[in-house]
Design a protein around this ligand. Structure first.
Ligand code: FAD
Length: 392
């Protein structure tokens, strides 16, 4: 039986925050979920108005959502559901196995309804600061929200026994460093601004990055663009090659430089005169509300130190992070991490001692370094996912 019931602040009402709230409540805690926007679902809330053609400032620094209009899931729906609430096709919804983004939002909204979570969520309430109380075991959460009956915002503070951070990591774009780009006359965008292909009609577009966004967006744009050139650091070919099945799409090695005359030169020596460079180069972890009390820092996109990507050893278990890992099956991972956090907070599961956790983190980083992995790959689990999170 749980021995402790805590009041817990959950930051964010995306998939991670919703399932964290459910797990915390199941364990007997009292969660309060802070969500800065006006609805639940996080990433899966589509923002049509972010159409790249309309954006006066294409190098955006932050967006709530980065879905393009035609985005379908890159995982089959069978892998996307929470363990006891499968993502099954309803009679009126999008019944495809890889459904469109609106279906995922519907799923998350019905998850919130089914587990009666909406009442736990404080919408349009942004957490602006999280600091540790002098007692060392509780956290002061400062938040900003719209004042009732006015457009003005007001701030307030509350003290919680624990904080679970579920603020997502797909809103702060990371841009590739391209030598010479300041003098290059074309337009630069990040995938976060991409919605529809039409603005790229007849243009020559260089897409940096061959991850899910880079490949999806390239294919989307290729239907209307004159040419699409994909630049990939993983390209094995020493020369540029036309991609099979596409009349107007090429794969290149990385970009070497961009030039004043409008050309983009690749490492393999090939060059194209381009109108647009689209950065499909991922996102940065960002926790603007955290003070030094949290004892973690972000360096080269590595959040450190974190025991098993969840707990900062110095302040565990009263502060935790859900959903940091990349290259994973996200929803079930969020659920298992949340289950772990909730159980550790109640005292049902035990963490190792602080020193043991620190040693584990150090050994983990040494293993990655020995393999030659840059720090920015710290949270990429890939095939380590199951082994890393399976309870012993
Ligand atoms: P988010 O969905 O980003 O939610 C975070 C929430 O926190 C947001 O609602 C935000 O408003 C809120 N927030 C942030 N800061 C604060 C604050 N200070 N105060 C209050 N609230 C705050 N996953 C899949 O499983 N399948 C897919 O096919 C798939 N496709 C994807 C395609 C794209 C283009 C992207 C970007 C991601 C995709 N993902 C996919 C991964 C997806 O991000 C995760 O599935 C999941 O939705 C992330 O949930 P989250 O709760 O961690 O973050």
């Amino acid at each position: 039986m749980p021995s402790r019931s805590l009041r817990v602040a959950v930051i964010g009402a995306g998939a991670a925050g919703l399932v964290a709230a459910r797990e915390l409540r199941r364990e007997g805690h009292a969660p309060v979920v802070f969500e800065r926007t006006d609805g639940v679902g996080g990433t899966w809330v589509y923002e049509a108005d972010a159409d790249a053609s309309a954006s006066p400032e294409p190098l955006v620094t932050q967006r709530r959502s980065n879905l393009d209009a035609s985005l379908r899931t890159n995982l089959p729906r069978e892998c996307m559901g929470f363990l006891d609430f499968p993502f099954v096709a309803g009679p009126d919804g999008d019944t495809r196995r890889f459904p469109g983004h609106a279906e995922v939002l519907r799923y998350l909204q019905s998850f919130a309804r089914r587990f009666d979570l909406d009442g736990l969520v404080r919408l349009e309430t942004e957490v602006v600061r999280v600091s540790r109380e002098t007692s060392g075991t509780s956290w002061r959460v400062r938040y900003s929200r719209k004042a009732s009956g006015s457009e003005k915002r007001e701030t307030d503070e509350e003290v919680f026994d624990a904080v679970v951070i579920c603020n997502g990591h797909y809103s702060q774009p990371h841009f590739a460093d391209v030598a010479g780009v300041d003098a290059w006359p074309g337009k630069q965008l990040h995938s976060t601004s991409y919605r529809v292909p039409e603005p790229f009609h007849g243009q020559v577009v260089v897409v940096i990055g061959c991850g899910p966004s880079g490949t999806d967006i390239s294919r989307d744009i290729a239907g209307v663009a004159k040419e699409v050139h994909l630049a990939s650091r993983w390209s094995l070919s020493a020369t540029s090659e036309k991609l099979p099945g596409h009349a107007n799409m090429w794969l290149h090695s990385e970009i070497d430089r961009a030039q004043e005359d409008g050309s983009v030169v690749f490492h393999d020596g090939s060059r194209v005169k381009a109108d647009v460079i689209m950065h499909c180069t991922g996102y940065k972890y960002n926790f603007p509300f955290l003070t030094n009390d949290a004892t973690v820092s972000v360096d080269d996109n590595c959040v450190d130190p974190l025991y098993k990507h969840v707990f900062p050893p110095q302040v565990a278990p009263r502060l935790s992070f859900i959903g940091l890992p990349l290259k994973v099956v996200p929803f079930p991972l969020f659920e298992l991490q949340s289950h772990w956090v909730a159980g550790v907070l109640s005292g049902r599961f035990k963490l190792p001692s602080k020193d043991e956790m620190v040693r584990d983190v150090t050994a983990f980083h040494s293993r990655l370094a020995a393999r030659g992995w840059p720090r920015r790959y710290t949270h990429r689990l890939r095939d380590r996912e199951v082994r890393e999170i399976r309870p012993k």
